[in-house]
Design a protein around this ligand. Structure first.
Ligand SMILES: [Zn+2]
Length: 59
């Protein structure tokens, strides 16, 4: 099971801290910080996110 960053779709998360706010994850790839992460066995989950990013870039 890998933890996937919801922002960039990479499995580059590490656990920043566990405290009164709960577990906070930090992405080494895009500097996302938050407690929402995607759990997946598929390291290539990022397809959907990439599509969204492509749409943004295409503007
Ligand atoms: Zn990220």
């Amino acid at each position: 099971m890998a933890l996937i960053c919801p922002q960039c779709g990479k499995a580059a998360l590490y656990l920043e801290t566990g405290g009164i706010l709960g577990d906070i994850y930090h992405c080494k790839n895009c500097s996302y910080i938050g407690n929402f992460v995607i759990e997946s066995d598929d390291p290539d989950l990022s397809d959907e996110l990439k599509e969204g990013r492509r749409a943004e870039i295409g503007k």
